[in-house]
Design a protein around this ligand. Sequence first.
Ligand code: MF3
Ligand code: CO
Length: 258
Amino acid sequence: MDDHAPRRSIRIHAPEDFAGMRAAGRLVAAALDMIGAHVRPGITTAELDRLCHEFVLDHGARPASLGYQGYAHATCISLNHVVCHGIPGERRLADGDILNIDLAVILDGWHGDSSRMYAVGQAGTRATRLMEVAHEAMMRGIAAIRPGATVGDIGHAIQRHVEAARFSVVREFCGHGLGRVYHDAPNILNYGRPGTGARLRPGMFLTVEPMVNAGRPEVKVLSDGWTAVTRDRSLSAQYEHSVGVTEAGCEIFTLSPG
Ligand code: MF3
Ligand code: CO
């Protein structure tokens, strides 16, 4: 989401609410597993979107993005220098493309939100390294989540890993609280200082979703109002998980069973 949310209080969910988030998260993970087999040269991003959409409906859920602020698709599919919010369309995948597929579902009122990178055939070494760094940055952000830690601790862990690899963190978009709503407080910035910002407590549900550019961090949004691209046309990568804060640390709701 974009980092413009007003300050709201952060909802603390009951222990029994974790079951709903687990089911929604598992469904997103299963859809992102399913779509991997279809990521091949020649398929269009609209076809990938339709397959995800049908999978979600077939499993008794609906896509959260459909109708969200006027968005008309089940997924965002962001290729190569597209940072996020790529709109599915007639573009055909080609060997060497890298792409992010971002899917959020609503199952029994609970939101699951996750995204992964996919490579079409063989990605280049720099693209492969970029995807690895984005994934590890997300996992380090998640590893910082425990009661008493702050949202700044998450951002710092992400930023530190990305910049040590000499890549850059996008500032305009961030993770978010979620649960019965898609985008809630707090914003989870992908950069920051340790010990700053809201303090985490058991029962908070969050996404961690860093966007990492191979070149400079600046982005621009195209005239369609959605597609965000790197200003310098460098490659960009993103991963996203939905997590719940527990007494012991956190639980990742959107992990693949595989
Ligand atoms: N994918 C974004 C997120 O993870 C939200 C996209 S909103 C949409 O929070 F409408 F474009 F889908
Ligand atoms: Co999200």
